[in-house]
Design a protein around this ligand. Structure first.
Ligand code: CTP
Length: 404
């Protein structure tokens, strides 16, 4: 993915350095373009060091006629070599210039010469953002088909509190990655994914939970969104931010997760249950905190509903994918869970191994398919594993349809 990162002159310009890095981490080559105002806030050298490329600065500035002539051709060349233009921070001034089609410097000239997808991440003072002139420009630019990321709310550099903050650079990078992703083979699908642990209250201050980080489920959500699906992510409590372009439904307990899954099941075409649901819960937790005594304490636990099995009973021809966290007999247990819970595929992983599974960024799984095959995938990042799960799921669906 070839990205041009336009940086406007606002206090959030320093965050564009983090964005450059987040884009590089997603495999992008990044050509940074600084406006003259941006150069007042951050030096080109920072970006040159991060991207291993010469940074493009203002078209006219203090240059000789030859240099100006060379760079006025350069903007056409760079525009042809770019897949996505992202502008962060997009200042009120830049938005107005883009909306009007003014072309007084390199970035605005580039904008006019560029025919690909554009992502704008506005950041400015709340009053400037809410001003009808800015909102009219936003309207024009969004009607032009650009992706506009809504600014975050919070304390601003000018002292006010309100909308105007640049969104998290990771979220901006993810929006770019989603737009630039070449494969949209999940277009038209609604993918329902569960992720993370559940927490089962023992009393108002304590809970029972497990070590699931939610990383696998979130990687599945990102992969599905990039490949064009509508994604509903039912998530237990995790330390991960909401992925871009995904509808996040936050739950805490197994019962809440069950309700969320069953209410969204009818609209889903693919359901993936990667959550580590608690198997037991306290059905009537006390209203008050349990007090410490010298005596031994027992805890009465009831089984939670098996959400996957419940989904299996009403799945129809939806593709249902479960997970199996095992410490032994991987394939046999995966197959047993597939049969008893009526899944089409079970993603089985050994959770006892160091460096994969719970809390890790990597995973090594075996896919147990309804068609009888088992496919052992090599150890890979959770992002890669997620993509492979979708590759095999799409092939499996074709095979299952052919069998009917
Ligand atoms: N699962 C579920 N609801 C539960 C328990 C598990 O939906 N109450 C789902 C998980 O999301 C996963 C699959 O069932 O997709 C298997 O979970 P796992 O913990 O491996 O197995 P269990 O069915 O709990 O069986 P066991 O603990 O005996 O291995």
């Amino acid at each position: 993915m070839r990205v041009a990162l336009g940086v406007g002159g606002g206090i959030a310009a320093y965050k564009a350095a983090e964005l450059a890095r987040a884009l590089m981490e997603r495999g992008a080559s990044v050509q940074v373009i600084l406006t003259a105002a941006a150069e007042e806030f951050i030096r080109p050298l920072t970006f040159a060091a991060l991207t291993n490329r010469k940074v493009i600065t203002d078209l006219f500035g203090n240059r000789s006629a030859d240099e100006v002539l060379a760079s006025s051709v350069e903007h056409i060349r760079v525009a042809q070599e770019t897949d996505v233009l992202v502008v962060a921070p997009a200042t009120a001034d830049l938005l107005a210039k883009f909306a009007q089609g003014l072309a007084g410097d390199f970035l605005t000239t580039f904008y006019l010469a560029f025919k690909g997808r554009t992502v704008l991440a506005p950041a400015m003072n709340t009053n400037m953002w809410e001003h009808p002139a800015t909102q009219a420009n936003i309207d024009t630019l969004s009607k032009r088909g650009h992706t506009i990321l809504t600014p975050d709310s919070g304390p601003l550099a000018c002292g006010t509190v309100g909308p105007g903050r640049l969104p998290d650079p990771v979220l901006i990078a993810e929006a770019v990655a989603l737009i630039a992703h070449p494969r949209k083979d999940l277009d038209g699908e609604t993918v329902l994914i569960t992720a993370g642990p559940t927490q089962e209250a023992m009393d108002p201050v304590r809970f029972i939970s497990n070590r699931s980080s939610g990383k696998m489920g979130y990687a599945l959500a990102v992969a599905a969104a990039r490949r064009g699906a509508r994604v509903l992510l039912v998530s237990g409590p995790v330390n991960l931010s909401a992925p871009y372009g995904v509808e996040l439904i936050q739950v805490r307990s197994a019962l809440q997760m069950r309700d969320a899954v069953m209410s969204h099941l009818p609209e889903s075409t693919i359901i993936i249950k990667s959550a580590a649901v608690a198997d037991y819960y306290v059905s009537q937790p006390p209203q008050q905190k349990i007090k410490k005594t010298a005596a031994r304490m027992g805890l009465e636990l009831d089984p939670t509903p098996d959400i996957l099995a419940e989904a299996g009973r009403s799945k129809g021809d939806r593709l249902l994918i479960g997970f199996a966290a095992e410490t032994q007999n991987l394939v046999a247990e995966g197959r047993r869970k597939m049969e008893t819970k009526n899944c089409d595929m079970v993603v089985a992983n050994l959770v006892s191994q160091e460096g994969i599974g719970f809390e890790s960024d990597h995973n090594q799984v075996t896919l147990v398919m309804r068609t009888g095959e088992t496919i052992a995938l090599p150890k890979a990042s959770k992002a890669d594993v997620a993509d492979q799960i979708f590759d095999h799921a799409m092939t499996l669906r074709l095979a299952l349809h052919a069998e009917q």
